[in-house]
Ligand binder design. Structure first.
Ligand code: BEZ
Length: 177
């Protein structure tokens, strides 16, 4: 779906490795804003219900990583995965998958997801508020294409996955090129 909507301006609290720090856990807080991630770039953002969950860990995130070069050929400068999980969880997830290319964005408080209109209850799974699955093509902070799974709802009994898959997003980019 073609749209023109500005991404919400929020500050994400990330944790970055800093070798100048001593001790067994050399990480420090680094704030990054929507402008840092989305300004002056043409990027893909995808969002999912939770780090370490099966579909996200087995298909969606690894396949965005595998297809990264294809996205680059289609004019994409970066691919971001956002989830309502804190920076510690997101870093551990990226490490467990050996992620090199896709960047993880921790939206621990859910502020970005809420302002995108994508926050849903997942109390039925004991998750609390999380993100509905979607992906977006964002050009210099403006959403230009929108890929939202069907059935947006609280406590959804199913986990629709297809429209926001890397294959689906890439196909749309290639057709539009
Ligand atoms: C999954 O990615 O498979 C998943 C996501 C949310 C809840 C349960 C499973």
């Amino acid at each position: 779906m073609t749209v023109r909507k500005k991404v919400p301006f929020v500050t994400f609290r990330t944790r970055v490795r800093d070798e100048s720090l001593e001790g067994p856990n050399p990480y420090r807080w680094e704030d990054k804003t929507s402008e840092d991630y989305f300004g002056g770039k043409r990027v893909i953002l995808f969002s999912l219900p939770g780090a370490f969950t099966p579909t996200c860990s087995t298909y969606q995130l690894p396949n965005f990583e595998k297809l990264y070069e294809e996205f680059e050929k289609a004019g994409i400068d970066a691919i971001y995965c956002v989830s309502v999980n804190d920076a510690f969880v997101m870093n551990a997830w990226g490490k467990s998958l050996g992620l090199q290319k896709v960047e993880l964005i921790p939206d621990g408080s859910g502020e970005f997801t809420r302002k995108m209109g994508m926050l849903v209850a997942k109390d039925n799974l004991g998750f609390g508020m999380r993100s509905w699955r979607y992906a977006a093509l964002i050009n210099n902070c403006v959403v230009e294409q929108w890929f939202e799974e069907e059935g947006f709802s609280d406590n959804c009994e199913t986990d629709p996955y297809g429209i926001s898959s890397p294959q689906s997003v890439l196909e749309t980019l290639k057709v539009a090129a």
